[in-house]
Structures are given as C-alpha cells and as structure tokens.
Design a protein around this ligand. Structure first.
Ligand SMILES: Nc1nc2c(c(=O)[nH]1)N[C@H]1C(S)=C(S)[C@@H](COP(=O)(O)OP(=O)(O)OC[C@H]3O[C@@H](n4cnc5c(=O)[nH]c(N)nc54)[C@H](O)[C@@H]3O)O[C@H]1N2
Ligand SMILES: Nc1nc2c(c(=O)[nH]1)N[C@H]1C(S)=C(S)[C@@H](COP(=O)(O)OP(=O)(O)OC[C@H]3O[C@@H](n4cnc5c(=O)[nH]c(N)nc54)[C@H](O)[C@@H]3O)O[C@H]1N2
Ligand code: SF4
Ligand SMILES: [Mo]
Length: 741
C-alpha cells in the first residue's frame, strides 16, 4: 500500500517540511511540502543537502542494531547484541560505577543541535551527575548569558524594510552557515539603499562582498572595536538620550569608561582604519539597527563575555533593544519549557555540589544559574539549565585523567563526534581510552564510536518526530511527525534514555511511552494537540516589541528583569561572580610555547594567528564527508591565506603545509582567499568516513588533517569557562609528506 505522509528533514536547524511516499513502511520518495511550515522555496532552492535524505535513511554505513565491542578498545571488532542485552548491561555497569565512585562518575558529551537533548539531560539529572559536556560555552551560551544579564532576557534579530536602517553582521557568515534563508534576507539588505549593511569579519566573506562597510579587525579584538564605537557615540552625542535616561543603568560610568577607547587607539589595536570605526559608530546610531553575531565572537577565548557585553551596550545606548526593526526580546514559551522538561530541580544539593565548574566558571554552574534565574524569573522566564551549566571539558577530562576531585569513569556520547570536533584531540583520545565504559549514540560508526564499548543505533529525521525549540528561550517550536517507524532496530534517543532510565529506577519520571507522546505532553499547556501541531508544523506566537513599557503586576511599566529593573550597562550582577562591571578587552589565548616557535622559525616556519572551522558548504562539521558529489566539489582540507600572506610565507596554492601547536600537528593543502594579511583560516572536521569501519591506529584518519589536534580547551575565561577556536596561534611550515586526500 502506498501512502503520502508528512515529515521533516533535519540536516540543519530549519527542519524543512516534506511529504514522504511510503510503501510497506519504507520511504520510496520525498518531496518538499508547501502546505506546512517550515517550508520556503528559497531555502530548498539553495539547499545542497535535502536530496540526501533517502540515501541516509538506508545508507550501508548506518548502524542498524546495537553493537558491542569485542577485543581491545578501538580494534574495530563488534558483535551484534539485542537491545535488552545492551541496555541491561550498560545499566548494570553504570550502577556499579556509581556505587564505586559516586554519581558524578558518569559524563556525557553533546554537539550541534542535531537532536533534542533534554532526554539526555533528564537522564543525567536523575542519575545524579552534573557532568554533561557540551559545546554550549563556545556556541550560544555566551550571548544568551550576557543578553540575560544585561537585558533580563535574550533578544532575537528583527529586520524590517522601511524601519531598519542598518544591519551589522558581526563574526558570522550566514552565506555558508545558514542554509540560506537568512542569507537571502542579507542579500536583499545588500541590494537595498535604505539599509546600510556592515560586516565585521577578518575574512572577506560573501557578506563582506556586498556590504557597505567591511571592518576586518584582528581576530579577538572585537571588544575594543565595540568600545571604541561607544566612544564615538558618546563623544558625538549620538546616543538615544531619552531611552538611556529612562531605561539604562550606568550610562555615565560607561561614557567615562570608553573615553580612552579613541578611534585612533582602537585602530592601532584592532588593525582597522580609525575613519571606518567612526563610520560604523555613526551607522549604528543612525536609527533602528539590527545585529547578528556568531562564532567569530563566541569562540575567541578570554574576551568573549566582555565582547558580548560591549555589543549589548551598543544596542542599548542607541535605543535598539526590544524595538521593531532592531531586536525583539523573546517571550517565555507557552509549552512546557526545556528546563521543566529536563527535571533539573530533581537533582539533590549534594549532586549539584559535584559540579566541577563551580569555582572555575562561576557563571556557568548551578550557583551562577540561580543568581540569573532569580532575575529572569521576575518576568516569568527561565533559561535551559543544563545547557547553561554544562561542564567544562577541561575539568571533566582532568577528572578522567587524574581521578581528581573524583573519578569520572563512564561516558555517553550523544550526537557528536568529539575526536574531530572537541578541542585537543590527543588529550580527548587519551582520556577516553582510559575509561571503563563508553556508550555512543549515533547513526554511524564514527571515529569516536570506534573507541566505544557500545554503539546504539539512532533513528534520524523521517523516522522520528521533531519539535525543535531552540533551548526553549522563545515561544516557538517547529517540525512534525515521523513518516515511518525507525528502520531495522534503530531507536529514538528518547527511547534509549528512557530504556536506560527505567533500568536504573527512574521509571516514574519517564511517563511518556514515546518521543511523540512526550512532545504531546510538552505541548499540552498551549491547548494544542500533537495532531494540531503536526498539521501546521509550527507553534509560534511572535513576540511583541516594547514589552518593557507594558504594565507589570503593580500596573507600572514592567521594565527589564535585572537587579535594577533597567538595562544594565554597568552590571550589578557580574561583579558578584568576580566579573567586570563594565566590559574590558582580555588577553589572547596562546597555544605555542617560545621553544616551539623558535624551533619552527629555525626551520623556516612562521608563527601566525589562525581562525579554525569557518563554516563551508556542503559539509557540516565532521558530517557528509562521504558524499561523492560533495567530495568532488570540495576534495581536500585547506588552509587559506591572502595573496600577500602567501608571498610572505612562501607558499603557492596546492602546497602541502604543516601546522603545529603545543597540542599537536596537522597537514593541509594551501589555498588563496581574501582576508586580513596577518592570519590564516583552517578547515575543520576532516576525516575519511569513506574508508570503511574506523579502527586503530588512525580511527578513520583523525591524525592527519584534523584541526582540533592543534586546539585546546584549557579553561581560561573566568566566568563561562570558554575556550577558543579563533584568534589562536600556530606555526606553519612546508611539509614533504603528501596528503591522503
Ligand atoms: N576547531 C573547531 N572546532 C569546533 C568548531 C569550530 O568552529 N572550530 N565548532 C564547534 C561547534 S560550534 C560545534 S556545534 C561543534 C559541532 O560538533 P559535532 O556536533 O560533534 O559535529 P558533527 O560532525 O556535526 O557531529 C555530529 C554527529 O552526530 C551524529 N548525529 C546526527 N544527528 C543525530 C541524531 O539525531 N542522533 C544521534 N544520536 N546522532 C546524530 C552524526 O552522525 C555525527 O557523527 O564543533 C565544535 N568544534
Ligand atoms: N555548512 C555548515 N553550516 C553550519 C555548520 C557547519 O559545520 N557547516 N555548523 C553549524 C553550527 S554548529 C554553528 S555554531 C553555526 C555557526 O555559524 P556562524 O557563526 O555563522 O559561523 P561561520 O560561518 O564560521 O562564521 C563565523 C565568522 O566569524 C569570523 N571570525 C573569526 N574570528 C573572528 C573574530 O575574532 N572577530 C570577528 N568579528 N569575526 C571572526 C570568521 O571569519 C567567520 O566568517 O553554523 C552552523 N551551520
Ligand atoms: S538541509 Fe536544512 S535547508 Fe536543506 S532541506 Fe534539510 S532542513 Fe531544509
Ligand atoms: Mo555550533
């Protein structure tokens, strides 16, 4: 029998709507579904991935049954086991390790937003471990924290033709990272005479190419740049004085604080023209200004929090907070928020006290969360607790390595490939090899899967329902139903964590029998049924602007959910955690010892600043590398530099180059691209999935061109525990050894 069933793609965060033709439980065709959100012809026209869905659904590389390691860790020998056997054994071993070392002994790792992570977080909470490592600290959390601390909640960009007068694209490149809807909007802005487009990026991206102004700061200097723009705004009296007087706290202090940040001083430090800083400041203050930022400022290390704070201040003094055409503060969700669904409140104080971050990253921990929660709750909003308190990989790895302050002996890896994507591959590899138990949930046997004890096969898009909620910080969720039951013996991540939880005495906290039932429970407070939602594909109540003017409980304007009820240009909260009242530039993260630099220079090498992981289609981190069409168009991992830099380094396109830091080395092909003349830009995620099941010693090729053999997650930033993938250093030199690519 042939049926047409609604379902969704999940190769990126858009989760586009599709119609599947299903015959006997198998999908034989897929087409975009124009009747449901999320559907946008322009996205699909620009998307290089959606046609892969059918191949991925039944790829010969997929893991279809639970498998268990036989032989040495990493030997690549596996046996098929039943689900009961796998879950019983994992649960028994976790219970025994908890008995021996305490509940913090289990750690977890997640990656990009490939799945709903609350089932993992619920499981970890009920198990009693705070040790969920994530990419939160370097992706999303810094902005969310600083927005919440400065404005009382997070803001989302709001671009409106006829209202918006400037758009700043700051350290993000949606042309490559955002499967293109937002990029189409930016292109429209680029063409429009009404809206000035400003790109702040050390590389000449596709956004820079259509911008009215391209500012290319030295990596990691954005905080100084923003403070200098504030200097110009105050010096020229361009601030929105009425808004500042009524709604901002600490304006005079801030004006005083930015006095030394003259355009000339910043020009020297940031490596840009003073005149361009003045121009950027004037454009920012001209009227309604929208701004989007990304990895370019989230992943620069010690200055991350102050950079976001300085940008918050720019928005605030120009009256661009919670205003149509600039940015709008999100609303709390009508559906059950992520924080209530992950059940963090069920952790005991003793379990929370196991949090390793507490003294080292005083914001990114339960104490910091409580302080911020006390504020955001004034207006009924709460951040997702487990992302915002996710454990520092540096500290969890140390607990694996040394047993201090207690032994971390077991690890669940959910939808991530940390041997390619976490910082410091050599360290991660060694730490993981010493563990008692590693369980990987994935579609494939990845490099990380290769060193696991169990690989549990996950159901993907089409086979599972989707309710994508962005951490639940907005009143929006989208997606739809599964078109088919999971193929073979695959299970949803939810079913796996529920199955493990039930075996560990958590049964009462997993009342919903399936992921779709859980989503229905989550939606229930909205009055919508799961079926209503699946028909429309989205629950979204757009936030209204200028909520601060609306009456609160006492009838007076509700203002902002901060200590002072105003936007805190000068923070009253951060100093309580040892942070800065007013933002200041921090130092850079350094990965090369003087000895390494001296040795490399003696061999003709150069010590340079690098960016890593700048997004490029068609790949996504370590994914899709086996796709032959993609590989034909992007066959090799590259290091790029400008023409002038290439001349200085003495490389020509196609040369093989070696990069080294104190952490390790990796080899790439050299290529030319337009960017600042004092940096290089290095690809990330490269391995050889096409070579078959990965195993020792190269685990699918992780020692050759994997940029994270060079990086470090050493805890340096004092509030969030952020590390750096950009604005770091390495030495670069020629290399005789050819590449396998
Ligand atoms: N040097 C450097 N390192 C970086 C970055 C950088 O810019 N430079 N960026 C960082 C950032 S921002 C991020 S978010 C991370 C991304 O890091 P990861 O998320 O680790 O990267 P992916 O390669 O996308 O790995 C996803 C894995 O999840 C599996 N998967 C996909 N969907 C599902 C699912 O639904 N369920 C399960 N169980 N598995 C699934 C895939 O098969 C794949 O193996 O990398 C970080 N690392
Ligand atoms: N194709 C593809 N798309 C992806 C992903 C992927 O792996 N591949 N990953 C997804 C994930 S997990 C994420 S987090 C998002 C990230 O999405 P984005 O934040 O848009 O990431 P990028 O496209 O790398 O853009 C970051 C830009 O910052 C610039 N930059 C680097 N250092 C600095 C600096 O110090 N200052 C400034 N001002 N700019 C700097 C880089 O040159 C780069 O152009 O992309 C998502 N989309
Ligand atoms: S990859 Fe993203 S943009 Fe493309 S179809 Fe899938 S969800 Fe939509
Ligand atoms: Mo990310």
């Amino acid at each position: 029998m042939t049926e047409i069933k609604p379902t969704n793609c999940h190769f990126c965060g858009y989760c586009c709507a599709f119609l599947a033709t299903v015959e006997d439980g198998r999908v034989i065709d897929l087409k975009p579904d124009p009747t449901r959100y999320p559907y946008d012809e322009r996205i699909l026209a620009g998307c290089r991935r959606w046609r892969m869905n059918l191949d991925v659904l039944d790829s010969p590389r997929r893991v279809n049954y639970p498998i268990r390691r036989v032989g040495e860790r990493g030997s690549g020998e596996w046996e098929r086991v039943s689900w009961d056997e796998a879950l019983d054994d994992i649960a028994n071993r976790l219970a025994a390790l908890r008995e021996e070392h305490g509940s913090g002994t289990l750690a977890s790792m997640i990656g990009g937003p490939h799945a709903s992570f609350w089932p993992l977080h619920r499981f970890m909470n009920l198990f009693g471990s705070p040790n969920n490592m994530g990419i939160g600290q370097i992706c999303w959390n810094p902005r969310i924290w600083m927005d919440a601390i400065t404005f009382g909640w997070t803001v989302e960009v709001d671009i409106r033709f006829g209202l918006t007068q400037a758009l700043f694209i700051w350290g993000t490149n949606p042309a490559q990272s955002d499967n293109s809807q937002f990029w189409q909007t930016i292109r429209a802005v680029g063409k429009s005479d009404e809206v000035a487009l400003v790109c702040v990026d050390p590389r000449y991206t596709q956004v820079a190419a259509i911008a009215d102004l391209w500012l290319a700061p030295r990596p990691g200097t954005d905080c100084t740049l923003a403070l200098s723009m504030l200097h110009v705004i105050f010096a020229e009296g361009l601030q929105d004085q009425a808004f500042v007087d009524e709604w901002c706290h600490g304006a005079e202090e801030l004006a005083e604080h930015v006095k030394p940040y003259t355009p000339e001083m910043a020009a020297e430090f940031c490596g840009v023209d003073a005149a361009d800083i003045v121009r950027a400041a004037r454009l920012f203050a001209k009227g309604r200004t929208a701004l989007v930022s990304g990895r370019g400022i989230d992943q620069t290390g010690k200055s991350v929090a102050p950079t976001h704070r300085a940008i918050c201040c720019l928005r605030a003094v120009t009256g661009n907070v919670d205003r149509a055409g600039s940015c709008i503060m999100a609303e709390a969700s009508d559906f059950t928020s992520e924080v209530d669904f992950e059940l963090t409140d069920l952790m005991t104080p003793e379990q929370k006290a196991l949090c390793l971050n507490t003294p080292y990253a005083p914001l990114q921990c339960f104490n910091g969360y409580e302080l911020v929660r006390a504020q955001t709750e004034k207006l009924g909003r709460r951040l997702p607790e487990r992302y915002m308190t996710s454990a520092s990989p540096d500290l969890v790895l140390r607990a694996m390595e040394t047993g201090e302050p207690y032994r971390v002996s077991a690890l669940i890896v959910n939808a991530t490939n940390p041997l390619l994507t976490y910082a410091d591959t050599n360290r991660v590899f060694k730490a993981l090899m010493g563990l008692s138990l590693i369980v990987v949930l994935d579609y494939y046997i990845t490099s990380t899967g290769a060193i696991a004890d169990y690989i549990l096969p996950c159901a993907g898009a089409i086979e599972r329902p989707i309710f994508q909620i962005h951490g639940g910080v907005a009143n929006m969720g989208y997606g739809g139903p599964a078109a088919v039951e999971p193929y073979y013996e695959r299970k949803t991540d939810y079913d796996i964590f529920r199955g493990l939880g039930q075996r560990l005495g958590q049964g009462e906290h997993w009342p919903d029998e399936s992921l779709a039932d859980a989503f229905a429970t989550q939606l229930a407070p909205t009055g919508w049924s799961w079926e209503d939602y699946c028909t429309i594909g989205m629950y979204h109540i757009p936030p209204e602007p200028e909520k601060f003017l609306k009456p609160g409980l006492d009838g007076a304007p509700q203002g902002f959910a901060t200590t002072t009820g105003k936007i805190e240009l000068a923070s009253e909260l951060l100093p309580k955690l040892g942070g800065q009242r007013l933002p200041e530039q921090g130092p850079f993260m350094r990965l090369c010892s003087p000895e390494l630099v001296a040795r490399a220079e003696a061999e003709g090498g150069h010590h340079v600043t690098m960016l890593t992981g700048s997004r490029k289609q068609p790949y996504n981190a370590s994914m899709y590398m086996e796709n032959p069409k993609f590989r034909a168009s992007s066959p090799r991992p590259v290091v790029e530099a400008s023409e002038a830099m290439a001349a200085k380094l003495g490389f020509k396109p196609g040369d093989v180059v070696k990069l080294t830091t104190d952490q390790g080395e990796a080899r790439f092909t050299f290529a030319i691209a337009k960017m600042r003349d004092d940096i290089i830009n290095v690809d990330y995620g490269w391995w050889h999935p096409e070579n078959g099941t990965p195993h020792a010693p190269d685990f699918g090729g992780i020692w050759e061109s994997n940029v994270n053999t060079l990086t470090s997650c050493a805890l340096q930033e004092p509030l969030i525990g952020t590390w750096a993938y950009n604005a770091i250093d390495c030495v670069i030199q020629t290399c005789d050894e050819p590449l396998s690519w």
